[in-house]
Ligand binder design. Sequence first.
Ligand SMILES: [Zn+2]
Length: 492
Amino acid sequence: MLAFPKLRFIQARMIGTRRSVRLAIKATAIDEHDFPSLRSTNTNRKGSKGDQESTDDSSLSSLEDDARSQKGEQIGDDDFTQPPAKSQRRKRQPKPEPVYVIPDVERKATTFKGRLGYACLNTVLRNKKPASESIFCSRTCRLDSIAKNGLDWVKDLGRKNVEDLITMIQWNEDHHIRFLRVSSEMFPFASHAIHGYNLEYCAPLLARVGLLANKYGHRLTTHPGQYTQLGSPRPEVVQSAVRELRYHCELLDRMGVGIDGVMIVHGGGVYDDKGATLERIKKTITEVLPENVRNRLVLENDELCYNAEDLLPLCEELDVPLVFDYHHDSLNPSSIPPSAIIKRANSIFARRGIKPKQHLSEPRPGAETLMERRAHADRCESLPMDLPDDMDLMIEAKDKEQAVLHLYRMYDLHPVDHSSLRPPDENQTKETKGRKSNKKGRAAQKSVDNGDTETSQVVDDEPPRKRRKASKVTILAVETTSQTEAIASTVA
Ligand SMILES: [Zn+2]
């Protein structure tokens, strides 16, 4: 008998809690979606947030009172003999949409009319919540997962990656971005010596990607990783490089991507003799690569081994275009100026009928040593002086599509949807943010250092670093005329 009143109280408390959850969800929906104009006043934000915050405490007690007053009607004594069903347990309250403060950018002028692109990953789509809605194209796995789960499971990761690529292309079109580097991780282990597979099983889906990209006039390119060593003295390494290129080529061929769909590789190692290695690269290109692979191949100057001057004679001789990377050239300069390199590089592109492309990135602020300066900054703060007007420029920056939108705003290149903007990380340092603290981080950093700024994702692993959100401070989600005008109000 004594237990009954206690049970009644627990049941009433549960009903009250459920009601308060419903009310809280309603309040969030109104604030964030139904009436976006509410965001423009602090008082409304404050009020709504305050409502949410008070839900768990003061409103809970008032709802408990409310429930107590009604319990005679609502709750029969029979109910107390049953423990509450699992489905009646309090559900997790969905987090409200984060509110970002977007600082203004410095306005600059340019005559540039080309496309700006980004590599492999879209941070807005990747960070979608809940995690099940995250969109990305680099689902991969460890080698032992093939034995554990079977090849079909691995292939299914590839299919999901391609499905998400379609979403990414549509997002890009909606945001005036018409140039994208396709992730090399699209099909995990497809180029593996033992476990490799062809992409026939995904042919219709890949064709759909190409149709969409071609319809919108998007350029899709690839950048096989640093293991693609065409000049290695070890035949097995060259064979592996050729498999890698064949895989990337099959990907582009099956999409029906035209000749602008190039595959960019670096010269690779020098193996103690740059001249002899360049000869081996030449031999691989002319004697080993199948024609369709060779037709998509372009070389890029790197920051350590081969500068543009090293590669240009080979590129000119073989009619293999040279992609000029401004950042690499600043770290590993040629004796000829960028303007002269670009002129020579562009004439190869012109002879081949391929739209020229270049790479742009900047070192992180405060970087001094060569190793520090190799790491890419989150965004680029200016277009290069020597940039030709009609050029596709791949922005190799950690903030991916945000770095492109940043330049769009700075140079007024295209209209920008402000709801898709995210703030730059104020704490950008020359450090690599602990990426070197573990094995996976070191591998990721290695790929960044090699100009392939893709972030691959081993399935079930934690997502990339979260963007800093306005949490305790509520800030207007409008672009301010200057950083100092960002209006903030501390929530009580
Ligand atoms: Zn590059």
